[in-house]
Design a protein around this ligand. Structure first.
Ligand SMILES: [Zn+2]
Length: 285
């Protein structure tokens, strides 16, 4: 747990999974990335599904929702999914009722960020997992997820419409157009790069700020500007967004939070972050 002004930030996770290391590091040769993240016999690297939850007694802000229970048995084996009850179990351990969550901020709508926004009820129907929360996503991201233009895009979103439909029916989606202040302490910065309208939430209270990097820098190793995933639709935009956002975070001592680092939930950037991806004050998952 981290304290930020009046907020307590719980570094909770929906569990772990594994993805192809080559795909996660794009053009970076394996001998370089493997020094940072070991690959298994099938070349997969371990990834977390960190979804930080910030609460101050009045508001509870959840950032991304993990995989949830959306994957088939076959996909769970393929992605080596290991959830142990996932996010719902972690929130129950903290005695946080899903009904208390007031805001869900989705960095983007790929299957490993949106899946936990819905749960299956006793009748087998998908329903919102956080029924009182407004869900904030860029309007253009919503369009891309609902109407993917090609097979590559459709694969990454993995039936997003099935998750979005119950949220839309309940009136819980708040589409955003660009950089927006959601509350006086919470805003989103649009980065693009990974998806055309990927956004990073920034929570600022008192003198401290916390930014969740989503898939712009999914792990510590991806802090290096040129180390980007092959999934990024515009890697040059990712590089640009990383340089701008991370330079600011380093200068002002912000906490930076990772979606998929297998060991570290968040930390502060060291002065040589762009060369070494090094952190200070690292908090383990
Ligand atoms: Zn992801």
């Amino acid at each position: 747990m981290l304290e930020l002004g009046r907020f307590r930030i719980h570094l909770v996770s929906d569990g772990r999974f594994a993805m192809d290391g080559g795909a996660m590091f794009g053009i970076v040769p394996k001998p370089l990335w493997e020094r940072h993240v070991p690959a298994d016999a099938k070349n997969r690297i371990e990834m977390s599904l960190h979804c930080p939850l910030a609460e101050n007694g009045k508001e509870a802000v959840l950032i991304d929702t993990g995989l949830g229970e959306r994957l088939s048995e076959r996909e769970q084996t393929l992605y080596r999914v290991d959830r142990h009850g996932g996010l719902p179990a972690r929130l129950a351990e903290l005695r946080i009722d899903p009904e208390e969550v007031t805001h869900v901020v989705l960095t983007h709508l790929h299957f490993d960020h949106l899946g936990g926004a819905v749960v299956r009820n006793a009748a087998g129907r998908l329903q919102p997992a956080f029924p009182r929360a407004k869900h904030f996503v860029q309007r253009a991201e919503l369009e891309t997820a609902l109407h993917p233009s090609d097979e590559r895009t459709a694969g990454a979103y993995g039936h997003a419409h099935e998750c979005l439909e119950p949220l839309q029916r309940a009136g819980l989606i708040e589409p955003l157009d660009g950089e927006t202040a959601i509350t006086p302490q919470l805003r989103v910065v649009v980065t693009g790069g990974h998806t055309p309208s990927h956004q990073c939430p920034v929570l600022a209270d008192g003198a401290e700020s916390f930014v969740h990097l989503g898939d712009v820098a999914p792990t510590r190793a991806h802090l290096r500007p040129a180390w980007n995933a092959a999934y990024d639709v515009d890697p040059l935009e990712t590089i640009d967004a990383k340089k701008r956002l991370l330079a600011r975070a380093a200068e002002q001592g912000w906490w930076v939070s990772f979606d998929h680092d297998h060991e570290i939930a968040c930390g502060r950037l060291s002065p040589q972050w762009a060369r070494t991806g090094e952190l200070s004050d690292a908090h383990p998952l």
